[in-house]
Design a protein around this ligand. Sequence first.
Ligand SMILES: Cc1cc2nc3c(=O)[nH]c(=O)nc-3n(C[C@H](O)[C@H](O)[C@H](O)COP(=O)(O)OP(=O)(O)OC[C@H]3O[C@@H](n4cnc5c(N)ncnc54)[C@H](O)[C@@H]3O)c2cc1C
Ligand code: SF4
Ligand code: SF4
Length: 1024
Amino acid sequence: MSAALPLTLTGDTAAHAYDSVARISNEVAGRLAARLASETQGEVLFSAPDRGRYATDASIYQVTPVGVFVPRSAPDVKTALDICRDMGVPMVPRGAGTSQCGQTVGTGLVVDYAKHLRNIIDVDAVERTAEVEPGIVLDHLNAALKKHGLWYPVDVSTSAQATLGGMAGNNSCGSRSIAYGNMVHNVLGAQAWTSASQLLQLGSYATSSGKARELGNYVRSLAEELHPAIKQMWPKVMRRVGGYNLDIFDPQSERPYTSDGSVNLAHLLIGSEGTLALTKSLTLRLSELPRAKVLGVVNFPTFYRAMDAAQHIVKIGDGTLTAVELVDRTMIDLSLQNPAFAPTIRSALIDQPAAILLVEFSGASKAELLPKLKRLGELMGDLLLPNSVVEMTDDAPQKNLWEVRKAGLNIMMSLKGDGKPVSFIEDCAVPLEHLAEYTDALTEVFRKYGSKGTWYAHASVGTLHVRPILDMRREGAPKMRAIAEEASELVRKFKGAYSGEHGDGLCRGEWIEWQFGPKINEAFAKIKQVMDPINLLSPGRMVNPPKMDDTRLMRFAPGYKVIPIQTALDWRVWDVQNDPVTEQTSAPGSGGDPAQGFAKAVEMCNNNGHCRKFDAGTMCPSYRVTRDEKHLTRGRANTLRLALSGQLSGLDAADALASEEVKDALDLCVGCKGCKRDCPTGVDMAKMKVEFLHHYKARHGYTLRDKLVARLPDYAHWASRLAPFLNLRDKIPGLAALSEKLTGFSARRTLPQWKTQTFFNTAPRGATRAEVLAASKPVVLFVDTFNGTFESHNATSALKVLQAAGYTVHVATKTIADGKHLCCGRTYLASGMVEEAKAKAREVVDALLPFAEKGISIVGLEPSCLLTLRDEMLVMGLGEDAHTISQHALLLEEFLAREAVAGKLEELKGKLQAVDQPILLHGHCHQKAFGAVSPIMEVLKLIPGAKPALIESSCCGMAGSFGYESSHYEVSMQMAELSLLPAVRQQPDAIVVADGTSCRHQIRDGAQREAVHVAVLLAQQLRA
Ligand SMILES: Cc1cc2nc3c(=O)[nH]c(=O)nc-3n(C[C@H](O)[C@H](O)[C@H](O)COP(=O)(O)OP(=O)(O)OC[C@H]3O[C@@H](n4cnc5c(N)ncnc54)[C@H](O)[C@@H]3O)c2cc1C
Ligand code: SF4
Ligand code: SF4
């Protein structure tokens, strides 16, 4: 064993502790990594990018750890603890890293529980308890509990990624806490290691023994001694999560922690933010899943009256009231601007309210709940707001409205420019009777500091979220302190809790003493001392915390600078600044980004961790199969940010951007654009990967495979003449293996089959340019390389369907006849050849502009190609012409769905014969990113008898050439096996519709089924 290092963290201030660790980290890191690697089974991540990826969470802070450890089992944690104690290296436990106050950033060894330690150890459906490992995600637990009619009801908004260990660490609270309480109300027991590696069994104090009993006795004596101070200083609101739960022995919360008034020692750990012990398992109290819900949406003429009404609303419901959530005018407006949400929010509004409250009642049946809605209406009448309630009793509109409430926050977070909504006082909790006065006064404070806040969330418990817009690179830190000082005065005046939901961390640690006074603060230090005397666990949190505005600990620390680069794509739309009050942004390109907007686009990632989700939606397939931070949109954005700001191994940005470290992080990004749609702040990693590849390939050169993929559109026309010869690769044994060696295409894949006769060299031409420009029902068919070369019948079918519908169809061709077809440039982009892609795009513009200018739709078949015209072509420096084309570029199904709504497809409908097989639809991920999946459903429903079912899938895993590459074969198949292939196999008699060429290939390889393009199915159903 190595000798302990001379690290004296105890009693040190946090900032000093960080400095000490930072100074010796190189020496420590080597030995620590070696020991972890040899003595545990866990993953040991000590590279600069790995450490950088774990240096941030959803807060404004950044502290680089010595290293990262990903334990595979509980014994791994215990061994790591022994090693760290031996070497004097602090440990920072971490779940999903979604904390908003910097709870999971620190210089020690970050321990990532979320990847492997996520088992449900036991469920007792009768007793309604479950024992879980700390890394399990809340939604995953609840999915498993559903079959028992149970759930764990602390429904945090991050439920798709937050771990139970992290939720316990922060004493998290959900939207329905008025009915179910916080974490502390729903944890029955815990097993946890102290820094001395003692495994504590924490539960009922009355029946405790050994070390747990000793601890309980000690805390009890502290509580007894401090009774007067506790009585005087302790916030009485339920939403108090700051400090340690010393009040288990002197209850102060308006909601008791236990139903029988007993003391539970596990509650000491809840909200302790990893500073007292490392949780091994948690025993949870489960609740019955509510069988019915109804929603009353109360419309208010002023924000003040909404706040004032909350105190009265919470008194109705007789135990069935489960939520009172606020949506303010800004959020309403943002939702109204979004076409997807506008109808839903409109259905909840009466006239033009200044705010609405979503009041939810839950119970055994809707019939039982309807009188509650009536009572709500009566109450509002009593409050002189008659007829102000919109009743929603059906499940679908309720669900839609909750989605809008969440999305509003997302839109707010997507503000471009350096000013961002910053979370630091967003969860102060005040007693309901003061809510109106408090929100009014705080709005004034924001105004004073040249900012404003948008209010949302939990009116039921006096915790309204609000984030003033601050520029943390400039004057943000002092402004943050000034606002915090004034907010704290208000919290004190109204006898509230300064930390009411998101914990203390680096941001609010210094406010613990302010909130509880010196005596209780000292008691907290004593609790820390008795459980972690060597200050090994998350030092500098809760006890001896740093100043919240210590800019050295921040992501945009003094000296943060972006190193200039010349970008290949146009990122100027991100390169802006904003006005914190009006939220208006300056002109594109005026933001002062030395990386021409690329850095600002990357910095849009605020680390909220939403990309760690596994639910519906596409983002992020590579994380879904690896569960690695590195292969996650957030990990990639962080890697790029560190590279662009010269924080990767001291490389300058130009070197760092083209480095193997960045390549490593982006390698499994399949460019699915899932993040473009699903990321709340609009991080578009697919586009960023194109930019990266441009720089990387410029430095390292293109491989033969790159060239074969990228230049396919250029050689396809002559290669098809050699079809019989080229197809031998998949016929003669050994040739596939040889080609794998030469090109890197996996021998386990067949390649698309070449044909001598293709759409491009044989198909009927359709109308001329002049004919279509003069036609009454004109359309232009853009046939891409893949459908035109390998699957010509898709293009022929599309032509047939459009003609059957009565359209004059022109097949798009180049203006200069060079024997080649038009190409969107997608294959070049995928290989990083941006200049070549621009040349292709220019040809597209030249050929198609006259049609677009006349308002004629340009219809395509391959989602990734056609949608390039709507996406990447706009950032290739082609100006307004590209925009004009993008406005008229549609996928076949989008075009047909639109025309059907306009009543223009009656002719086609009359020609379609019924289908009697089930239809399964797999949406291409680019279709999903552009909301183009529902049009396919609509178009399929034009076929009599068709009842298409959508497969809830992420990316198919093939993603262009990704899945063909031998280095990606395994991951590609794992992505397909997540949901797509099992769903296809489950319905052997179904017609499988998939518009993506690579999706169809993946389905053939993985499920041995022939999927078809929607055009083919429509053409097949046409009467002769
Ligand atoms: C957009 C957004 C919305 C949010 N909404 C809510 C909300 O509605 N309600 C709410 O309460 N919070 C909310 N949060 C805050 C945060 O998501 C929650 O606190 C969440 O429960 C944290 O879970 P996590 O797995 O990310 O924990 P982490 O952030 O990884 O960790 C949280 C704390 O737990 C400690 N910890 C983790 N694992 C262990 C372990 N095994 N042993 C000991 N300590 C451990 C960590 O050290 C840290 O102190 C929100 C955050 C964001 C970004
Ligand atoms: S990439 Fe998007 S979803 Fe993921 S953490 Fe960053 S902002 Fe959140
Ligand atoms: S493009 Fe797809 S794979 Fe790449 S980061 Fe975004 S969601 Fe993940």
